[in-house]
Design a protein around this ligand. Structure first.
Ligand SMILES: Cc1cc2nc3c(=O)[nH]c(=O)nc-3n(C[C@H](O)[C@H](O)[C@H](O)COP(=O)(O)O)c2cc1C
Length: 156
């Protein structure tokens, strides 16, 4: 099973970079083949068809999900490539979780109609390096992915 983490951040080696690597490690620990790619707003995302699972996330800067990821969802073929695809979302931000769920998560979700969102998580600054919290997020994704595979098997 192949997974890709699509992400964006203004900081090289910042909290999102480290979180992406930790999510990748945890997924690899479950036997998944994991790749990562930094989003560009103007890019061709046809390569997404190779992957069974797309994990996607970015920080919030000035009340907006980081621009290259949001731009890719709005301007490129990314959202159409994600139709009927298993996805999981994450955000890194300083706002309290209820506010982030209300204000920031919908910025991604409104451009993801037709994809199967298996899990979503807002990571507070301290949680971006908390392996227990990251492990729980990955466990949820994996459990939901297994359920989806089972449902797909029954539909065949
Ligand atoms: C310039 C700047 C603007 C930010 N604006 C917001 C914001 O509007 N809302 C929020 O919840 N967090 C905001 N944050 C917090 C970041 O989302 C958070 O620190 C994130 O983990 C940064 O990720 P990075 O280390 O990959 O850049 C901001 C941080 C910076 C540096």
């Amino acid at each position: 099973m192949k997974a890709i983490i699509l992400y964006d951040s203004r900081s090289e080696g910042g909290s999102t970079d480290r979180l992406v690597d930790a999510i990748g490690q945890k997924l690899a620990g479950k036997g998944m083949d994991v790749e990562k790619a930094r989003c560009r707003a103007q890019a061709d995302y046809s390569f997404i068809s190779e992957f069974d699972l797309v994990i996607m996330g970015a920080p919030v800067y000035y009340l907006m999900v980081s621009s290259q990821l949001l731009g890719a969802l709005i301007q490129s073929n990314l959202s159409s490539m994600l139709k009927n695809k298993n996805t999981a979302l994450f955000l890194t931000c300083g706002s309290p979780q209820p506010m982030a769920e209300l204000l920031y998560m919908p910025q991604m979700k409104m451009n993801l109609q037709g994809s199967r969102i298996l899990a979503e998580k807002v990571f507070a600054p301290a949680e971006t390096s908390d392996m227990e919290v990251i492990g729980e997020y990955v466990d949820t994704i994996y459990a939901e992915w297994l359920k989806e595979e089972e449902r797909r098997g029954k539909r065949k």
